[in-house]
Write a protein that binds this ligand. Structure first.
Ligand SMILES: [Zn+2]
Length: 260
């Protein structure tokens, strides 16, 4: 266990208190955040019973498969891989990337800490870290074109108006800057929909014994993103690229260098 994990007793418990059988879904791999090669620990208890019913094993895998050393989940490692692909000179991990001068020169906004990646990102001198809803992503307090890179993970689905939020991240990016993010995408939905009128769905609560505690506050989901996610992002003005498939999707939204 690293010092980082000691600071997060909830995660430490998730790694050590697992449903019998989860161990069989562990993987071996190299962590794109810290560089550790070893076990990645699956936990079905990262999801509430409600979320497990709707999303199943694929979302549990994405939200767990925790790196045994730094505690980053598969989702967080996916974002780190994309950042390495986009920005690295020779770095192969986020831990190395934050030591490269070009990355250290970037003005970065991390809106809601990206799990256990946050302590690594915090080494970048250009990082501005804020938390929604204290900082409203639908009405950001930052000047136009302030950032080179905006990062969000599992945030836009919790915002009443994600279209407005995307227009705001566009506004605070310089031309050519990028908003790299994840949201859960439901492959059975052709069109993104508001959840108003649907049964409330909360994220942040676990299953099994973790149903009794919240790792973060319960967060109501306002939007179910569907397969039209790229068009939704494009409508805010971005050029849209995606990396990965299905539940592992990472969106790379670039503010065009020159306005059309
Ligand atoms: Zn790691």
């Amino acid at each position: 266990m690293t010092a980082g994990l000691r600071e997060d007793p909830g995660l430490w418990l998730l790694l050590h208190l697992r449903r019998p059988g989860d161990r069989r879904r562990d993987r071996q791999g190299t962590c794109s955040v810290c560089g550790w090669s070893g076990r990645q620990l699956y936990s079905s208890w990262v999801l509430s019973r409600q979320l497990a019913r709707r999303w199943g094993d694929a979302l549990a895998a994405r939200e767990s498969l925790f790196c045994e050393r730094c505690g980053c989940s598969l989702r967080v490692r996916r974002i780190a891989s994309v950042l390495v692909d986009l920005y690295a000179g020779g770095a192969t991990t986020l831990a190395e990337l934050v030591r490269e001068d070009a990355f250290r020169a970037l003005r970065i906004a991390e809106i809601n800490s990206i799990g256990r990646m946050h302590p690594f990102l915090a080494e970048a001198p250009g990082l501005t870290h804020v938390e929604y809803p204290e900082e409203d992503i639908q009405a950001l307090s930052f000047d136009d074109e302030r950032f080179d890179l905006v990062l969000t993970s599992e945030t836009l689905e919790h915002v009443p108006d994600p279209h407005l939020a995307l227009r705001e991240t566009y506004r605070v990016l310089r031309p050519g800057g990028r908003h790299v993010f994840t949201v859960p995408v439901d492959p059975s939905l052709t069109a993104t929909r508001s959840r108003s009128g649907l049964a409330p769905e909360h994220h942040g609560r676990g299953g099994g014994p973790f149903g009794l505690v919240t790792r973060r506050a319960d967060m109501l989901a306002h939007t179910d993103f569907g397969r039209d996610l790229p068009e939704i992002v494009g409508a805010a003005g971005f050029d849209v690229h995606t990396d990965g498939e299905g539940i592992e999707l990472v969106v790379i939204a670039t503010r065009p260098a020159e306005r059309a």
